[in-house]
Structure formats: structure tokens, C-alpha cells
Design a protein around this ligand. Structure first.
Ligand SMILES: *Cc1c(COP(=O)(O)O)cnc(C)c1O
Length: 226
């Protein structure tokens, strides 16, 4: 492929992407986490064939959506902590939500999605290890909810999402991701949103279907992010 003006040879994005694609199974989706990156970087990623972008702030994403309005519609995924009062704005903006972390939020999203005539894909965020900085369903709670997860229409539950606690050694990360995969199987959910820049190899080994990669793709973020 010829280098376009947005993928000059001193931008490592193309090389990083190519190297990742060589290492990933064909079934693994790459979610380009663009939070903290200017929309020009997203443009470059689109030129390289990426379409799915992860953002953790609704307002930041809204601004970028305007800046990229001349492109074919992109596939926007919300990956940040979802505050209840942002539900409607997030539903209008994002086709997929990875951070559905409580039953009360599920019911709220269900109600608002119905009002807005939307049918977003959702991932249930699960907390498999103690982690003071993170939210998520308790695995037992999800198992108890069981069949009710199938009654969330118009939400479309796709799978589970998890974040490994910082500082967990790689073998324990692998075990955590395997636990997540086993829980998804038990719940009859197919997709697994797991793996970030520092642990995507373990996530792939455990069967991740959506890697959420920011810095491994774009390099360091230009603005501080939660
Ligand atoms: C920021 C973020 C990512 C990407 O992080 P990197 O380490 O840059 O790959 C993935 N998932 C979530 C939930 C995030 O907040």
C-alpha cells in the first residue's frame, strides 16, 4: 500500500498496526483506544483501515465526531466509567458500551435506549479480582442474574469486559482472563473485551475477541485521561 500524506514514514502507527495484525488471530477485533489522541491521529488510523474506536469521555468523543464528520461513519465504543446522568448522551453517541457495570445502570440504559429507539451492543463489565479503582459486576451476581440478562432488550448483551488490576504479574493476568472466558461461556455470552497495551498477549491466549489498545498503537497519550 502506498503511503498517504497522513501516514508518513516517521509515523510509527502503520508499523505498529502491521506488526499487531501479524500477531493477532483473524477472529480478534482491534479496538483502537483513541482517548487522549487528537482526531488527526484517528484520521491516520482510518487511512490504515481501522474503523472501531474506543473513547472514555462522552464530550471528547463528541468533539472528535464533529471533526471527523467528513469520513465514512465510524464505529464508536464507550469504554469509560459511565455515570448515570450521562446515559442518554452516551447512548446517542456510541453504538457499543463496554462498561455496563451494574444492574441499575442496565435498567436505566434499557429504558433510555427504548425511548431513543436504539439497540446498542453492551458488554457487562466484571470484576474478577479485588481492585479498589475499578467497578464491575461480581461474578456471582452475574450468575444469579442469569436469564434476566436475556431480557434487556433493546440492549444487546454481547459478552463480558474485564480490566486486570495494575501490577498483576502476567501469569495471574492470564488466569484472570481465563476465568472471564469461563464465566462468559457459563452465561452463554460469546464476546470477550479484554486485553490492553500491557497485557494483550495474555488476553489473546485466553480467547479475547476485542482488544482495547491505546498506547501500543498510537504511542503515549497527549492529554491526561482517567
Ligand atoms: C485507556 C483504556 C484502554 C487502553 O489503554 P492502553 O494501555 O493505552 O492500551 C483500554 N481499556 C480501557 C477501559 C481504558 O480506559
Amino acid at each position: 500500500m502506498a503511503d498517504g500524506p497522513l501516514t508518513s514514514s516517521n509515523d510509527p502507527l502503520g508499523e505498529r498496526l502491521e506488526s499487531l495484525r501479524r500477531q493477532l488471530p483473524a477472529t480478534t477485533h482491534l479496538l483502537a483506544v483513541s482517548k487522549g489522541q487528537p482526531s488527526m491521529r484517528m484520521r491516520a488510523a482510518v487511512a490504515l483501515g481501522l474503523r472501531s474506536f474506543g473513547e472514555s469521555r462522552q464530550q471528547e468523543a463528541s468533539l472528535k465526531k464533529q471533526e471527523l464528520a467528513d469520513l465514512e461513519p465510524l464505529d464508536w465504543h464507550f469504554i469509560g466509567r459511565l455515570q448515570a446522568n450521562k446515559s442518554r448522551a452516551v447512548l446517542r453517541q456510541f453504538g457499543t458500551i463496554h462498561s455496563l457495570d451494574s444492574w441499575s445502570l442496565a435498567e436505566r440504559l434499557q429504558r433510555i435506549a427504548a425511548e431513543e429507539d436504539l439497540c446498542p451492543a453492551v458488554f457487562l463489565q466484571v470484576k474478577l479480582r479485588p481492585d479498589p479503582g475499578k467497578t464491575g459486576f461480581d461474578p456471582q451476581e452475574l450468575l444469579q442474574l442469569g436469564p434476566r440478562l436475556g431480557q434487556l432488550e433493546p440492549l444487546r448483551p454481547m459478552g463480558l469486559m474485564t480490566i486486570a488490576p495494575l501490577g498483576l504479574p502476567p501469569p495471574e493476568r492470564l488466569a484472570l482472563f481465563q476465568d472471564c472466558a469461563a464465566l462468559a461461556t457459563e452465561l452463554g455470552l460469546k464476546e470477550l473485551s479484554m486485553g490492553m497495551s500491557n497485557d494483550w498477549r495474555e488476553a489473546v491466549a485466553a480467547g479475547s475477541t476485542w482488544l482495547r489498545l491505546g498506547s501500543a498503537l498510537f504511542g503515549a497519550r497527549s492529554t491526561a485521561q482517567p
